[in-house]
Design a protein around this ligand. Structure first.
Ligand SMILES: [Zn+2]
Length: 163
């Protein structure tokens, strides 16, 4: 496959994700990525879905990790989280384009649990937090057949890029 998956994020927002992961360590943090899907022409097209697309993260919506049984190594997004995140996105004229979470003391690669609970299309950013210190940050999209993830390129964006 030659499709290029790319997600743009400013250094400032990337830092906020790292900070959230440090705050909740040794538990996982999670939150929504709010932004815009960009069409092939570079115009924002929220309806545009699919291969070869790039997107920009313009805001974050932190979520509470609701799993009480295993908050250390499992995050899950509930239907209520999705509604909340979509409401926050709409208020800013954005869309929910993905989700982020941290992997305390584990590499920034999706787990089997992540694969079983992810949805296609969304971007999944994972930040590894090792002994309380943020490490790698990666981004992934679930394949449409749900057999695994494709890694997505994270490209740095300047703060305040106009749409
Ligand atoms: Zn995970």
């Amino acid at each position: 496959m030659s499709e290029v998956l790319e997600v743009g994020i400013s250094a400032e927002l990337a830092e906020k994700i790292r900070e959230h992961g440090v705050e909740t360590y040794p538990y996982e943090c999670c939150g929504a990525l709010l932004g815009k899907e960009l069409g092939a022409t570079g115009r924002a097209e929220s309806e545009a879905i699919g291969a070869g697309s790039s997107r920009e993260i313009r805001s974050l919506h932190p979520l509470v990790n609701r799993r009480d049984d295993s908050p250390r190594n499992r995050f899950s997004v509930t239907a209520e989280d999705v509604r909340e995140a979509e409401k926050a996105a709409r208020a800013q004229g954005l869309d929910v384009i993905g989700w982020y979470h941290s992997h305390p003391d584990h590499p920034a690669r999706p787990s089997d649990y992540d694969r079983d609970h992810a949805w296609p299309w969304y971007s999944y950013i994972i930040v590894s937090v090792h002994t309380g210190v943020p490490q790698d940050m990666t981004s992934w999209r679930l394949k449409d057949d749900r057999t695994g993830f494709l890694e997505e390129k994270i490209s740095p964006m300047k703060v305040g890029v106009a749409s």
